[in-house]
Write a new protein. Structure first.
Length: 276
């Protein structure tokens, strides 16, 4: 199957439940496939928008107009493009700079960075942090990899118990848990493993659980233009287990609903009953 692209969607409007026209990605976005003849149903899109489409940009990743930009990046950080395109020499220089910063931190907490057990710790931590934040420069084009398929299916699709590991952006300590993702196709489906890969991409960043939940849902809504999307995340945050209030066993649950999951209580209840 040929590589397809997400972003012809960005120039299209979507019908909401009232039949009015609006831009994609409103919180109430929904397309009702049963009311759409085959000739008007959205076709499998391509990853990037047409070259003549100008995208709105903003420094606030939570209010960016498009979940996926012209290069296939999704809410990229300010240095994502530089990190993504740097040479081997530039990557080495980046790791050396990070290692120096870690060595300074070790000195500041009263440790001896020259003792045997810590000699390679700055370099190890620098490499580990680059892996833990690899989601910044990953491309949705590479993740989807053509796995969008036109299929006459309009019933709920759920992938649950997806493990995620992320870093709280407030304290840079881990939070981890599980994600459940559901969507109601508009006669277009996505390879099941891609749902897990999208969750992985957004979790491998400095995150808030609330934002992580919303970003997964909005990206899927942009890619698939489904009748609805629902995401539920349950996670344990080490920032309130290892420090602060120190409450082991506490869990944080967040959800984000679009389309029929938001507008139809029965659909929402079905999703919540199936993922519990």
């Amino acid at each position: 199957m040929e590589d397809t692209s997400i972003h012809q969607l960005s120039s299209e409007a979507i019908k909401d439940d009232s039949g009015s026209r609006k831009a994609p990605l409103s919180a109430a976005s929904t397309v009702t496939a049963m009311d759409s003849p085959a000739s008007t149903r959205p076709q499998t899109p391509s990853i990037f928008p047409p070259s003549n489409v100008t995208q709105q940009t903003t420094s606030d990743e939570n209010t960016a107009h498009h979940p996926i930009d012209l290069k296939g990046l999704s809410w990229p950080s300010i240095g994502a493009e530089q990190r993504r395109s740097e040479s081997a020499e530039e990557r080495t220089a980046r790791l050396q700079k990070m290692s120096g910063a870690v060595q300074t931190l070790l000195e500041c907490i009263g440790e001896d960075p020259d003792r045997a057990g810590l000699l390679k710790t700055p370099e190890r931590y620098a490499k580990a942090l680059m892996f833990l934040t690899k989601g910044y420069d990953e491309s949705m084009n590479d993740i989807i990899n053509g796995a969008l398929f036109d299929e006459d299916h309009e019933e709920m699709v759920i992938v649950r118990d997806i493990d995620i590991f992320s870093l709280c952006e407030h304290h840079l300590v881990p939070f981890c848990g599980k994600v459940a993702i559901a969507y109601i196709p508009n006669r277009r489906v996505l390879g099941l493993s891609k749902l897990a890969r999208i969750a992985e991409m957004f979790s491998r960043r400095l995150q808030l659980q609330e934002r992580l939940t919303k970003q997964i849902a909005m990206a899927l809504d942009e890619i698939l233009q489904p009748q609805g999307v629902a995401v539920l995340v349950e996670a344990s945050h080490q920032c309130m287990v290892m420090r602060g209030v120190q409450k082991p066993g506490s869990k944080t649950i967040t959800s984000f609903m679009l389309g029929r999951f938001r507008s139809d209580p029965k659909t929402r209840e079905e999703f919540l009953s199936l993922v519990r």
